[in-house]
Ligand binder design. Structure first.
Ligand code: PLP
Length: 377
């Protein structure tokens, strides 16, 4: 019953599973558990489900089914995109998820790849002219990897413009869309990207499954070698239940995007107004308009983000200080540092990310509990 009383406002770290996805997954775990690659008819249902899922996901992002490759999640998709494009120069941004940044560093340290990092402005947007500048300095054909929406601030990046610049210099373009998918419309044609990473558990699908979109004609190598699953691009017996759950969750989320956004904006407003009403000195980090709905990076003057998190935890409220992967280190996050958030605020940063299950009462209660922790000025 604990789960009922708890307020879960850390949906950028992971999301609860869509109920329709769960019941479809049960069927493939318990009944149709056959290895989809076997020739007997019992495998047919699993193979068919994989194909259907591929088509569903492709439809959600305006791609073709043969451009979707299933992986074990966002980290694997990012690793493959960064490590397997064959490009020896990689341009990325200062605010990427570690799955992209650490992959870049690994390629530099192991193979001597050339890595450039694009800076961001105070609104957490990648500085567009910096890309053309970086591209002219590359010594070999480049891969550009910039995320669609940042996981700490929710700020949406100018991907279409960046991809155009990259292509005009002959570079390939990858975007980590893990945080954006299922929350804002994502169209690979309109964005003009060559590769895109997705992860099911960030859009109410199961953990441990994701996909990489690779535009037809773009050559990329496998990261995981072995069997010839996924057209030889990703070895390993397919996670049929996970893939089915992912495709249903994405379809359901995409159908509800605008209704869901409306709800989340109401929750944001209640939280912000609640904090203002208590006379608290805080700032909302990142561009106010180009942002994922429901994801808020807030910095409280003179406060300690870690302390706020623990105090709210005592009240059964789950929030975060930044990204889940960088958490618990009691230091100011890289993203907040690169955005130049003023020092007196930076240490008091928390991330609140609302999701499908949150109510207006949750938002009001979070504001009240924060007000109990923060000294008012
Ligand atoms: C969560 C996240 C990832 C990692 O995805 P996993 O499926 O957890 O490996 C990568 N990039 C971003 C932006 C994320 O938010």
């Amino acid at each position: 019953m604990q789960a009922v009383l708890m307020i879960y406002a850390d949906n950028a770290a992971t999301t609860p599973l869509d109920t329709e996805a769960l019941s479809a997954m049960r069927e493939f775990l318990a009944e149709y558990y056959a290895n989809p690659s076997q020739p007997y008819s019992y495998s047919r249902k699993a193979k068919h489900a994989l194909n259907e899922s591929r088509a569903r996901i492709a439809q959600c992002i305006n791609a073709r089914p043969d451009e979707i490759f299933f992986t074990s999640g966002g980290s694997e998709s990012d690793n493959q995109a960064v490590k397997c494009s064959g490009r020896r120069a990689i341009i990325t941004s200062a605010i990427e998820h570690k799955a992209v940044l650490e992959s870049c560093y690994a390629m530099r340290n192991y193979y001597g790849h050339e890595i450039h990092e694009l800076p961001v402005d105070e609104a957490c947007r990648v500085i567009i002219p910096a890309l053309a500048e970086a591209l002219t300095h590359c010594h070999s054909p480049a891969l550009v990897s910039v995320m669609l929406a940042n996981n700490e601030t929710g700020v949406i990046q100018p991907i279409h413009e960046l991809a155009q610049i990259a292509h005009s210099h002959g570079a390939l373009f990858h975007t980590d869309a893990v945080q954006a998918l299922g929350h804002v419309p994502v169209d690979v044609q309109a964005l003009g990207v060559d590769m895109l990473s997705g992860s099911a558990h960030k859009f109410n699908g199961p953990r441990g499954v994701g996909f990489l979109y690779v535009r037809r004609g773009v050559e990329i190598r496998p990261l995981i070698h072995g069997g010839s699953q996924e057209c030889g691009l990703r070895a390993g017996t397919e996670n049929t239940a996970g893939v089915v759950g992912m495709s249903i969750a994405l379809t359901n989320n995409c159908r509800e995007i605008s209704r869901h956004e409306e709800r989340l904006l109401i929750l944001e407003r209640i939280l912000i107004d609640g904090l203002k009403g208590c006379g608290i000195d805080f700032r909302l980090n990142g561009d106010a308009a180009e942002r994922l709905p429901g994801l808020l990076s807030l910095s409280f003057r003179g406060a300690n983000g870690e302390r706020i998190l623990h105090r709210l935890d005592l009240k059964d409220i789950c929030i975060s200080t930044g990204s889940a992967c960088d958490g618990m280190k009691n230091q100011i996050s890289r993203v907040i540092t690169r955005m130049n958030v003023p020092h007196e605020y930076a240490g008091g940063t928390i991330r609140i990310s609302f999701g499908k299950c949150n109510t207006p009462d949750d938002a009001a209660k979070i504001a009240r509990e924060i007000a109990n922790v923060i000294p008012t000025q």
